[in-house]
Design a protein around this ligand. Sequence first.
Ligand code: GLA
Length: 394
Amino acid sequence: MEHKMLFEVHNEIHQRMPNENLYFSPGRINLIGEHLDYNGGTVFPGAINLGTYAVISEREDRMVRVYSHNFPDEGTVSIDLDHIGASEEYGWASYVAGAFKVVGERAHLTYGLDITIYGTLPNRSGLSSSASIELLMLYIISDVYGVPLDRMEMAALGRTIENDYLGLPSGIMDQFAIAFGESQSAIALDCRTMEYDMCRYQDTSCEFVVINTNKPRELISSEYKHRKTECEQALAELNVFNGRNETYLCDYDLETLEASKGGFSSSVLYRRAHHVIDENARTLSAISAFSKNALRTFGAYMFDSHDSLKKMYEVTGAELDRIVDTARTLDYVLGARMTGAGFGGSAIALIEKGHFEQFKTVMEREYEAAIGYKPSLYQVGLSTGPTIISKGDA
Ligand code: GLA
């Protein structure tokens, strides 16, 4: 859809022209450093130029009425600022309700809004469409009501929506990557200290491609919770065995892990810990390669990361493995791996420019032959965080 159309859709649905601001919030990919944010490790995500757009108009009462052009059948969802209920009441708009709830607890929001949303992130693709909407709404609320929220506060509030309102125990990576997104940059974030470095993507001869598995993703949240619990247990057992009291799995190194192998109650816990500790070291090396523009080296780390997520952390599955195995056979592909939580969702590949069509053809053919349906491929750029695009630029 043309972004300009969003103004007309708003007028038609809400019977009122929106103000002139077109708001945008990106999705994210994680280049490397998977399942490390809740283990005190370093992650390396970036915001992308697919995301969620919104236009708004102010109301005189205290209702928020929100419509998504992606879910026309759901109609307009109403949120009463004086009684924001449980997240289940609002369907897809629970992220919107959550944003009004967490900010409304800190500041008085004097009036309601009519909102129209449109997203270019494929649904359930593992590119953080939920965090994209959360940060979009936090940004809009901050702008409209003059509630000062810096990027760190927005990321933290986004996580509060996920953890406390929606009951999903995710880490800080997605919200941080979106809030801090900058054009042409990936973000090296130490999730223990919350210190970060912006790493500019200097090479113009390669590009990132997202390959969406299109796999229906029902089990993700329970599997995610399960992995998190396994990590907590592995940490507890490592601490007992070593007589230490560390806070995160990433406080251990591989040498200590190997020496502690006998202390685990199951080999599964050893493998989970191995992925986390190994991936953290790999991510630091990969960030260093990326910063030196050594993209072939970086790509090799991407493949290694996928292997570890497959064998040690067991969060990939036939669909993601098929994509990465196919990518490995192509010499114009520098690296590929799953991105995000896994169990479906999307993979990313770093490929030499000029090969996208060829890559798409091979990927669709090989994937469909093995899995039975086609994946979707998108060329993506590393992009800015939440922002206002003026109407003239829409
Ligand atoms: C999801 C979570 C993130 C992170 C990734 C795995 O995207 O929301 O916090 O844990 O999975 O790296």
